[in-house]
Design a protein around this ligand. Structure first.
Ligand SMILES: Cc1cc2nc3c(=O)[nH]c(=O)nc-3n(C[C@H](O)[C@H](O)[C@H](O)COP(=O)(O)OP(=O)(O)OC[C@H]3O[C@@H](n4cnc5c(N)ncnc54)[C@H](O)[C@@H]3O)c2cc1C
Length: 501
């Protein structure tokens, strides 16, 4: 994005003092590789979303008189190629500060390589890491990172009472970044799905098919990547539809585009800034109305901050089986049958199956759905929760390393916070009482009456026969309960290096 972007503002300032600015986006193979548990990290739908976002950014930068160089390759190689080597020449690499190890390691490698390359000809290079992804700026936190509260409420209370959200950084004016030096590379080139370093050729084909045919018609929303689409969604959700003012009542929905903001994919990729969203909400509150709903979107954005800072505090522990807990452990299992049924939406639990099918077919799942499917896999099936986090990483359009792994770790009870084990049947009755959402994704259940939709296994035999029910029986689960969470500490390290992802 160009709005509220500290890197862009810094680039404009450097330009004003005579520098040439080369905006560059790199599709790095690290993000496409296969996880330790064998799941390709980046699926077709998020790749499509990323391509759209990068294309949109290129269009915006061109309109400002600049451009975007798009490359596929190791970031360190691309940065090294762009580094100036002449005596007295200086290269400054501006990059957003990241919080998780693979991303920060990537920056370190790129920094080393680019400074070494610059020196070969007597030049000089340096990296500037600039904070930019959270609502509250890291420098404004009213505590040291090591004192970050381990649970959300005290974190929220502290930031809300003791720090201010910084003002928006103005977008660059026309010409503020200058024109790009054409010698920096081929600005005409833009990757197609087949140019991306997908883990398998099939994913490139799937991505191309999504681009030409669109996403499953049953989708909650037609997500399209890019800053302009993100800003349009903010405008729609706040100003055009005024859905903002009913968010608190609708936020636990599962069907359709309107029950929640759906801003997560754009926030995750940086297409929209959380400060911008909050500044628009504040404007709405002063111009239209303020209520619990208008506040609650801000409340949710503070969750996002919490997981970002939590990841920074705990480092690779959020990827480890026993998480950040020093006083709790559990006997996680490998259960191929349960995992396969969960992934394909064939567990025999309609709420789980509907949500898992939505994820696989569209790249999105509601927060209510995520909580339930995570609880089922980790706490009912007792399966190593990292399989779930991997699956989400592959499919979610809004995959965000800190939010995904932090939420999974917490859902599995491995951050030491309260364990939320959901009763799936009760959740169905509470959040999909008529079964509209379930029938949307599990057509096999279209004739099941509302009274039985939460648990068709309890339907009388004659009714099952009458509607010719063709839906799996509930998969057999281990007899497992909270008490199996021991109070002994988990192993110090597991999952190995590379972040354990
Ligand atoms: C197991 C699990 C995995 C998750 N993985 C991700 C992920 O990879 N990326 C992601 O953005 N969110 C993740 N979430 C959080 C949440 O489910 C999504 O942010 C939300 O459903 C996205 O829809 P929305 O934009 O309409 O959210 P809204 O309800 O409109 O909320 C507004 C924004 O607040 C933020 N937010 C809300 N809840 C959370 C939360 N619990 N943690 C962090 N941020 C939150 C998001 O940025 C969201 O866009 C996960 C939740 C669970 C339980």
């Amino acid at each position: 994005r160009v709005h509220d972007n500290a890197c862009v503002a810094r680039a404009a300032a450097l330009r004003a003092s005579g520098a040439e600015v080369v905006p560059v986006f790199v599709f790095d193979p690290t993000f496409f590789k296969t996880s330790k548990r064998g799941v390709a990290r980046l699926g077709a739908a998020r790749a499509k979303f990323a391509l759209e976002s990068v294309e949109d950014l290129k269009t915006t930068l061109k309109a400002l008189g600049s451009d975007l160089l798009v490359r596929v390759g190791e970031s360190e190689d691309v940065v090294a190629e762009l580094t100036l080597t002449g005596a007295n020449e200086r290269t400054i690499v501006l990059t957003q500060t990241e919080v998780t190890s693979e991303e920060t390691d990537m920056d370190v490698r790129a920094e080393k390589k680019c400074t070494a390359v610059a020196r070969t000809g007597g030049g000089d290079a340096r990296f500037e890491r600039i904070w930019g992804s959270t609502l509250y700026h890291i420098d404004d936190l009213p505590f040291e990172l090591s004192d970050l509260p381990d649970v959300f409420t005290p974190f929220r209370n502290k930031v809300e009472s003791k720090c201010e959200v910084q003002s928006l950084i103005p977008s660059p004016s026309n010409g503020a970044l200058g024109s790009v030096p054409t010698s920096a590379g081929n600005f005409e080139w833009f990757p197609k799905p087949c140019d991306l370093p997908f883990a398998t050729p099939k994913l490139a084909q799937d991505c191309a098919a999504l681009i030409s045919n669109g996403v499953d018609e049953r989708r909650a929303m037609d997500f399209k990547g890019g800053e302009s689409q993100a800003l349009a969604r903010v405008k729609y959700y706040l100003w055009e539809s005024k859905l903002l003012q009913t968010y608190f009542e609708t936020r636990n929905g599962m069907l359709g585009g309107d029950y929640s903001t759906k801003l997560a994919p754009w926030l995750a990729l940086g297409c929209v800034s959380p400060r911008y969203v909050v500044s628009e909400i504040r404007k709405y509150e002063s111009e239209i109305m303020e209520n619990k709903s208008t506040y609650w979107v801000i409340f949710e954005l503070i969750w996002r901050d919490f997981y970002k800072f939590f990841a920074l505090k705990y480092g690779n522990k959020i990827f480890h089986l026993h998480g950040t807990c020093s006083n709790r452990s559990a006997a996680w299992r490998e259960d191929d049958a349960a995992l396969k049924a969960w992934k394909s939406g064939m567990t025999g639990y309609p709420l789980i199956d509907a949500n898992m099918r939505e994820l696989k077919n569209t790249g999105f799942m509601s927060n209510r759905g995520r909580q339930n499917v995570a609880s089922w896999l980790a706490l009912d099936a007792g399966v190593d929760w990292r399989h779930g986090a991997d699956w989400f990483e592959h499919y979610l359009l809004d995959y965000d390393t800190a939010s995904n792994w932090g939420n999974w770790c917490a859902a599995a009870g491995m951050t030491g916070g309260r364990i939320n084990k959901f009763n799936i049947v009760k959740q169905t009755k509470d959040y999909d009482p008529q079964g509209d959402y379930i029938r949307h994704w599990v057509p096999e259940l279209k004739d099941v009456p509302a009274a039985h939709i939460a648990d068709p296994s309890q339907m009388p035999r004659d009714l099952r026969d009458k509607i010719k029910l063709n839906y799996p029986n509930k998969i057999k689960l281990p007899q497992r309960s909270y008490t199996e969470f021991g109070s002994t500490p988990g192993p110090k390290r597991d999952g190995g290096g590379g972040g354990g992802r």
